[in-house]
Ligand binder design. Structure first.
Ligand code: NAP
Length: 457
């Protein structure tokens, strides 16, 4: 994919970029390795000061960054502002908590015949971050803030359609005071990732993106015995039981499906509704989806903007056509509006069966699948009938049912009576083909640390 800013609302190419050549990549790798040796000895107080000034800079530049994201990948400008605010919160969170998360952990010395025994967390080195376009700031910050606070240094290979956000982030930390080699953007295509990942100076990688990209990066890193964290796709279930607060379940369900124009890994994608409330839920849900305003993402009144890329819109059209061709019914939407830009109508589709592609694949756009189930066992089986296991939502006011969902849903994140969301305070990540490892919380900052056991006799 060419490295370029192409406005998804118009299809217009606004700016193109030359990828870094071999020599330029080499320069950045040399700098990262040298910087790590210096930076790893900095203390938490100093890192926190720099992180807080980076947060303040980003906060002051919120409008600029939000508009950049909207222009490059089409999210509504209101949601882009919210994304920037979330990043600022995440940076402050790690500035304040990193030292506590990475403090030595004493162990009982008598049990191991020592005078003292403890676990110490130490930084790993330069980490390659391969990131997607869908939350162009947040995906990067949720890696960069904990990694920098831990004493690691970062190399960002961002998605090729968000180069201006990538360049902005590559400068943000240095502008805030971090030494220049602590966080660098590599403007490279995905074909250049292998060379960087195999380089001896890069010690680990984190990838957020599709399953295919994850498999490729993990297998290369595996060959080099380098650690990886993978945050991949999802096909989150959204189960609604008879005791649910239906109005909240409908309202939250619509937001959960169309957030980020339907392009979120943790968007609710499969709505699994108990027969007792199915008709009622469907009527309200379809009516809400129909009332959403599709349009220019820069317009404050727009609810749903375009898909980020033409390829993404084409893929979505094919998934819907495949399901309809095999007997699925469209309850609303289902069409590509006749306007420039990569728009797709908010859509609700039912009678989806296992031989249809969308039953098993991730639907990355504003298309909700509705399933009717007879009881909680059928709901659970259908919710788990996927290779993905990122998030899962369940709506019930019965505490026992809530416990069962928490226990049996095969997902890295289970939200009962709420929308799956990432919070700096809570670990985030998936199971099954949604990936492994965790970001955020205390777990997230420890992923790119050595866990060193110290025994003193
Ligand atoms: P993508 O095509 O996999 O791209 C993600 C990143 O990987 C981009 O930087 C891309 O570079 C790079 N890449 C692609 N193929 C690669 C390869 N073979 N080797 C190395 N790097 C490669 O994914 P996307 O379409 O941008 O993002 C959407 C996907 O990300 C969805 O599946 C979504 O669910 C998932 N996602 C997951 C999470 C999570 O936390 N679990 C969060 C957000 C998104 P180029 O742009 O240069 O191709």
């Amino acid at each position: 994919m060419a490295i370029a800013t192409i406005n998804p609302a118009t299809g217009e190419t606004l700016k193109t970029f030359e990828p870094l050549d071999e020599h330029q990549v080499e320069e950045r790798l040399v700098l990262a390795a040298a910087e790590f040796e210096r930076y790893r000895t900095s203390d938490f107080k100093q890192r926190a000061e720099w992180m807080l000034s980076a947060a303040a800079l980003l906060e002051a530049e919120q409008e600029h960054v939000a508009r950049l994201m909207t222009i490059e990948m089409g999210k509504t400008v209101a949601s882009a502002r919210a994304e920037v605010a979330k990043c600022v919160g995440g940076m402050r969170f790690y500035a304040e908590r990193a030292e506590e998360f990475l403090a030595d952990e004493p162990s009982d010395p008598t049990a191991v015949g020592a005078r003292r025994a403890y676990v110490r967390y130490q930084p790993l080195g330069p980490v390659l971050a391969v990131m997607p376009w869908n939350f162009p700031c947040w995906q990067v910050i949720r890696f960069a803030a904990p990694a920098l606070m831990a004493g690691d240094v970062g190399l960002l290979k961002h998605a090729s359609n968000v180069p201006q956000v990538a360049l902005y982030l590559g400068e943000l930390f240095a502008r805030a005071g971090f030494p220049g080699g602590c966080f660098q953007t590599l403007l490279i295509g995905s074909d250049a990732v292998e060379r960087v990942l195999r380089d001896h100076r890069v010690v680990a990688a984190t990838l957020t993106g599709s399953e295919g990209a994850g498999r490729s990066v993990a297998s290369i890193a595996g060959g080099e015995v380098k650690k990886t964290v993978l945050e991949l796709g999802g096909s989150d279930p959204y189960v609604v039981m008879p005791s649910a607060d239906l109005e909240r379940a409908v309202e939250t369900g619509v937001a959960a499906r169309v957030q980020n124009n339907g392009q979120s890994c943790i968007a609710a994608k499969r709505f699994i509704v108990h027969a007792a409330v199915y008709e009622d839920f469907t009527e309200r849900f379809v009516s809400r989806m129909q009332s959403l305003r599709l349009g220019d993402p820069m317009d404050e009144a727009t609810d749903v903007g375009p898909l980020a890329t033409q390829q993404g819109r084409d893929d979505l059209e094919k998934l819907v056509a495949d399901a309809v061709g095999r007997g699925a019914r469209v309850l609303c939407g289902g069409v590509t509006p006749s306007r420039t830009g990569w728009f797709f109508e908010p859509t609700v589709i039912t009678d989806v069966t296992p031989e249809m592609r969308m039953f098993g694949e991730e639907v990355f756009g504003p298309v909700a699948q509705l399933y009717r189930v007879a009881d909680i066992d059928e709901a659970m089986a259908l919710a788990n009938a996927t290779m993905f296991g990122l998030g899962a939502n369940a709506w019930t006011s019965d505490p026992e049912e809530g416990e069962r969902f928490a226990d049996e849903l095969e997902a890295g994140l289970v939200f009962v009576n709420g929308m799956v969301t990432s919070y700096p305070q809570l670990p985030f990540g998936g199971v099954k083909h949604s990936g492994y490892g965790r970001e955020l919380g205390a777990n997230g900052i420890r992923e790119f640390c050595h866990i060193k056991t110290v025994w003193i006799g």
